[in-house]
Ligand binder design. Structure first.
Ligand SMILES: [Fe+2]
Length: 198
């Protein structure tokens, strides 16, 4: 049985970029629904013996779309909450900063490219920063519930650009929400992901 993870901060802390009501819906209703659906789909099946990552990879392979969507959305949202921090924002430091400058020329160029990708992603999806198998950074727009886990890429950061991520606080203005992301992005989490050996 999966459970909705607690948010690693107070729901009021990012207002007005994300308000308490925004979290009540996004975390309390949308993420919660994915967790409940996932539990109902795996109950009394062989899937309940598997780890979440295995469910994601295998359900995609088997074209079990309902299970894939809910399992991947549970993973993606759990990861996304950690990409935000009350001590976040500003320019990165450490290994992620070095990689960004090496591969994009400057932090500003990277930020503009990531924002542009997130803005132009048509419909629902996620803007990811990943490390590929050649140890290079990639900005990857993925539709719907898709996740870098199924292509052997290491997720470093993500931004949820489903409308449900911003409609409470920004109505239809996705670019305004994306601008706010840079004030709260958790670079420590990105550095910890980069350091993970798997
Ligand atoms: Fe979401």
């Amino acid at each position: 049985m999966y459970t909705l993870p607690e948010l690693p901060y107070d729901k009021k802390v990012f207002d007005p970029i994300i308000s308490e009501e925004g979290f009540d819906y996004h975390h309390g209703k949308h993420h919660n629904a994915y967790v409940n659906n996932l539990n109902n789909l795996i109950k009394d099946t062989e899937w309940s013996e598997k780890a979440l990552e295995e469910i994601i990879v295998e359900s995609l392979h088997q074209q079990n779309t309902g299970l894939f969507n809910n399992a991947a959305q549970h993973f993606n949202h759990t990861f996304y909450w950690k990409c935000l921090s009350p001590n976040g924002g500003g320019t990165p430091s450490g290994a992620i900063a070095e990689l960004i400058v090496r591969e994009f020329g400057s932090f500003e160029k990277f930020r503009d490219q990531f924002s542009d990708t997130a803005t132009k992603l048509f419909g629902s999806g996620w803007a990811w920063l990943v490390l590929n198998e050649e140890n290079k950074l990639e900005i990857e727009p993925l539709k719907d519930a898709h996740t870098p886990l199924t292509s052997n890429k290491k997720p470093l950061l993500t931004l949820d650009v489903w409308e449900h991520a911003y409609y409470i606080d920004h109505r239809n203005q996705r670019p305004k929400f994306i601008e706010g992301f840079w004030e709260i992005v958790n670079w420590d989490f990105a550095n910890r992901n980069l350091a993970r050996n798997e």
